[in-house]
Write a protein that binds this ligand. Structure first.
Ligand code: ADP
Length: 492
């Protein structure tokens, strides 16, 4: 029996998951790390703490598994995307806290880029919209605001990386400065068609080339690390959403997954043909193995997904646990004409409306917590349906929707999604789709698994939800949702 270890470095915690060669989870450990909010709208992490927590979870995961480190054939890394780290190549010290993907501090820089007429160029080269979400302007901010950073970077003393790259550099004792294409494609600095750093974007943002990591495929040998005395190859790296796409077995063009976590991220594999940036969707590199041509995915990001259920729990205190939402929603029987638009931080794809704020419409004297709870869960499915619609319009007809993430455990939500989108929704056999993606990339690279077809069989499938709503009812509900979104945006 061979084992594959995945490091799943998320936004709030560092997890490690050990899989056996049947893709079963053997052991898991997790450490939370500090969220730093220095100003309104700013979010930072301490990269040194992230590495320490990742290492601690990895050691605990392996130690408690009872598996000998010499039986671990491969290590994969998946990570929160876009978060930006800059460190000194000689001392390994970060020059400042990592700037997290959620951080809005570079909105002003982005507005200038839009005013300078660069939107089309950015879309064409990088597949992205100009937004503070991506790494490029975060890196520019560090070079301009950390004393001495620009001079040190130009002298070749500083390195840039997303979190995968930082972990790889630390795990290899500073020997390897590399990243994978899926992470590079989230920087707004990478030309996803010619598959290289884009010199003009680097010029525009004033970024010295010598800081940038080498870009490799997601499945290839990046380097080696010591796990309790054994040398293990690090041979799989992918950003969390692309990793989940791979872990869900969406290997072919047209296969799509939606992760129902804090936010929701719908990605559709488009194979080797690069889609256009349109309909509020962006384009991102999908994970591939060494030697394979570049593959792409169309992506839609929803900022508030499962987080609306957290708000019912922590903000309104109308449920005790997120999972209580299911029974309440079922008790409500129908939505009674009530719609909740959870635009708490604006609306993401496909609206990209930063100024919108949340609202509940259609309440009467009879509206109670059951109805609000149902409206909250339904809002997750309506937002996902908006993206499915945009995907269909853009020419990616989804035949089935693979779901994962915390809120995919909610049976009411999954059935409502199937009904409202008239699509079959399928859950994976293993709830650890994100970590599994990195493990599969690593294991396929060193031959733990023969090929994708072999892996696909191992993945199997979990619960399936078939659509069961008549077309008239669906249209009536969707009409109400569209009206609610319009009214909510009108209030700005
Ligand atoms: P992340 O990786 O973004 O931290 P997870 O995939 O762990 O997110 O999912 C957590 C989110 O899912 C939370 O916002 C939580 O409210 C929601 N959630 C978890 N379980 C349920 C459930 N049974 N019903 C609805 N929402 C849920």
């Amino acid at each position: 029996m061979k084992y594959v270890l995945a490091l799943d470095e998320g936004t709030t915690s560092a997890r490690s998951v050990l899989f056996d060669s049947e893709c079963n989870v053997v052991s898991m450990a997790q450490r939370e790390f500090t969220q730093i909010f220095p100003h309104a709208g700013w979010v930072e992490h301490d990269a040194v703490e992230i590495f320490a927590m990742q290492l601690a979870s990895m050691t605990e995961c392996v130690a408690k598994s009872g598996v000998s480190p010499s039986e671990i054939a491969a290590l994969g890394i998946t990570n929160q995307r876009e978060t930006t780290v800059v460190w000194d190549r000689h001392t390994g010290e970060p020059v400042c806290n990592a700037i997290v993907w959620q951080c809005r501090r570079t909105s002003g820089i982005c507005e200038e880029l839009v005013r300078a007429g660069l939107s089309e160029y950015v879309a064409e080269k990088t597949g992205l919209r100009i937004d503070a979400y991506f790494s490029g302007t975060k890196l520019k901010w560090i070079l301009e605001n950390v004393p001495g950073a620009r001079e040190r970077a130009e002298r070749g003393d500083l390195l840039f990386g997303t979190v995968d790259c930082w972990l790889l550099w630390k795990l290899t004792g500073g020997k390897v400065h590399a990243t994978d294409r899926t992470n590079a494609s989230r920087t707004m600095l990478y030309d996803i068609t010619s598959d290289k750093w884009d010199e003009r974007m680097l010029d525009i943002l004033g970024i010295p080339y010598c800081m940038l990591p080498e870009v490799k495929s997601s499945g290839e040998i990046f380097g080696f690390t010591d796990i309790l005395g054994s040398q293990v190859p690090i041979c799989g790296i992918a950003g969390d959403q692309q990793s989940a796409l791979f872990g869900q077995g969406c290997f072919e063009s047209g296969e799509a997954k939606n992760t129902y976590g804090t936010g929701c991220f719908l990605l559709a594999n488009t194979g080797t043909s690069r889609p256009e940036v349109k309909n509020g969707l962006i384009v991102t590199a999908a994970a591939t193995l060494r030697g394979e041509p570049v593959q792409y995915a169309a992506e839609g990001s929803i900022f508030v997904g499962g987080a609306v259920i957290q708000w019912l729990r922590d903000g309104l205190n109308i449920i005790e646990r997120s999972s209580d939402s299911e029974a309440l929603a079922v008790e409500a029987e129908d939505n009674s004409g009530v719609y909740l638009v959870p635009a708490f931080v604006g609306l993401g794809a496909p609206y990209w409306d930063m100024r919108a704020r949340g609202a509940i419409f259609g309440m009467t004297r009879g509206t109670d917590r059951k109805t609000v709870c149902r409206a909250a869960l339904e809002s997750i499915a309506y937002q996902t349906d908006d993206l499915i619609g945009k995907m269909r319009e853009a020419g990616f007809p989804l035949t089935c929707l693979k779901a994962d993430g915390g809120a995919s455990q909610n049976r009411f939500l999954m059935q409502f999604q199937a009904d409202i989108s008239n699509i079959e929704v399928v859950l994976p056999a293993s709830p650890e789709a994100t970590a599994l993606g990195a493990a599969l990339l690593a294991g396929l690279t060193v031959g733990v698994w023969k090929d994708r077809d072999y892996v696909r069989e191992k993945l199997g499938g979990g619960q399936r939800y078939l659509p069961d709503m008549d077309a008239a009812k669906r249209e009536e509900l969707l009409k109400g949702w569209r009206k609610a979104v319009r009214a909510c945006r009108e209030f700005e």
